[in-house]
Design a protein around this ligand. Structure first.
Ligand SMILES: Cc1cc2nc3c(=O)[nH]c(=O)nc-3n(C[C@H](O)[C@H](O)[C@H](O)COP(=O)(O)OP(=O)(O)OC[C@H]3O[C@@H](n4cnc5c(N)ncnc54)[C@H](O)[C@@H]3O)c2cc1C
Length: 391
């Protein structure tokens, strides 16, 4: 059994993965008086692409990390997401101001900017975040958890937090039966330096049609990012260039074509969309998984990064509160399991509806969507934006 720590003896923690989950956790632990070390596989100069939409639940979490005002300054506040048919007909709107949460807001930001904001809050970042440290194994005994790195070195601590993303090496070792699932579609994303004329910069749009889905999300400074999801079997036509994407969406309304034409082909990134089959457990002894390592969801609800930040706040609080690390990690798991797994399930289902390609079913969906009252939509979303930090 682990020792209890006295008020002034804090547990030592190491974090594998310096993405949104890992850095948020390091900040939240700092607030508990714990200086965790973060190990990331990447080169320090690596800049991840594209943007994120961050909902009010995560903004409340960022507030707890004392990052809210810097975040709000850097991001772009959006009033709503409008859902549009391929021909440009408005189908439905999620209006954030109408959501029942007291702080209904939605902010878009570049992923790299959010990571930079998080890094700016880390004390002594040079010693706290170690780059080019790829974790390849983990062990634990009665007293310690030990991370092993590709370069032959190790790091040991009272607890290890696995924040190493959807392809987590820690998860595959801890829970070898965990399963990454294909969503059945792939995603292209790109940041554009200037939103084309005629596209409103106050709200985001998602255009749903039988050839695929395209989201246009304004960012601060007149910029924007777009994402495209196309069902995988359509990729048989092997879309490899921007021109082929433009050709693929040629029947869509003009804003879609305009943002694609405004894009630099060199900035487009591509990835197949996957999620993690909800797991019954994401902690074991002195080791906890958080963020995508524990509960990667498809991006349809725009909640993966948001849940990672929530995880960080709640995990650190439990570590500060419970008398052993095992108890803290177990309590964290109990507090988070139901919520994060529901988000994974709902997000996956939403993707199925959004990616319908059958013309007839698409037209039925597009006929029904405008009739769904805003109050119904808001009710469905309420569970996302209302978050209990177990204060
Ligand atoms: C197309 C797309 C759009 C999205 N849009 C949104 C959105 O609008 N809103 C939202 O909230 N979420 C969104 N998400 C989800 C979001 O990107 C993820 O949920 C979020 O990045 C999870 O953060 P993380 O820190 O857990 O994992 P990651 O961001 O994957 O970070 C993992 C970190 O671990 C490091 N790492 C990996 N392996 C190792 C290893 N072996 N050893 C050490 N370090 C390692 C990586 O270098 C990385 O820094 C989107 C996802 C996709 C794919």
């Amino acid at each position: 059994m682990t020792r209890k720590w006295a008020i002034n003896i804090k547990p030592s923690i190491v974090i594998a993965g310096g993405g949104i989950a890992g850095l948020s956790t390091a900040i939240a632990l700092q607030q508990q008086g714990i200086q965790a070390t973060v190990y990331d596989a990447q080169d320090p100069n690596y800049v991840p692409g594209a943007g994120l939409g961050i909902g009010s639940n995560a903004i409340q979490a960022l507030d707890k990390l004392n990052l809210k005002s810097a975040f709000m300054q850097q991001g772009r506040s959006l009033s709503s997401i409008q859902f549009i048919s391929a021909k440009g007909r408005k189908l439905n709107t999620t209006n954030f101001a109408l959501l029942p949460s007291n702080e209904a807001q939605y902010i878009s930001i570049l992923r790299s900017e959010l990571l930079e904001l998080l890094r700016s809050k880390i004390d002594d970042p040079k010693n706290t975040i170690k780059y080019e440290k790829k974790c390849i194994g983990i062990e634990q005994n009665q007293n310690k958890a030990i991370l092993r790195f590709q370069d032959g070195t190790t790091a040991e601590a009272d607890a290890v937090i696995g924040a190493d993303g959807i392809h987590s090496s820690i998860r595959s070792q801890l829970f070898p039966t965990s399963r990454i699932r294909s969503a059945g579609y792939s995603c292209w994303t790109c940041v554009i330096s200037q939103l084309p004329d005629g596209i409103d910069d106050k709200y985001a749009t998602e255009t749903w049609g039988s050839a695929g889905r395209i989201g246009i999300v304004p960012l601060s400074g007149g910029r924007a990012y777009w994402f495209i999801c196309i069902n995988d079997h359509m990729n048989k036509m092997a879309i490899k260039t921007l021109d082929e994407l433009i050709e693929h969406f040629k029947g869509y309304h003009s804003s879609v074509i305009d943002v694609l034409r405004a894009s630099d082909p060199g900035q487009i990134s591509y990835q197949p969309i996957m999620d993690l089959q909800p797991m019954p457990q994401f902690t074991k002894g002195r080791i906890a998984l958080i963020g995508d390592a524990a509960h990667a969801a498809t991006p349809n609800l725009g909640q993966g990064a948001c849940q990672a930040i929530e995880d960080a706040v709640i995990l650190a609080k439990e570590i500060g509160r419970q008398s052993t690390v095992e108890q803290a990690l177990r309590r964290f798991e109990q507090l988070r399991m139901k919520r994060v797994n529901k988000i994974t399930r709902v997000s996956r289902m939403l993707g199925v509806v959004a990616q319908i390609e059958n013309e007839f079913i698409t037209s039925v969906r597009n006929f029904v969507m405008p009739m769904v009252p805003a109050s119904f939509n808001n009710k469905q979303l309420e569970f996302i934006y209302r978050v209990d930090f177990n204060d």
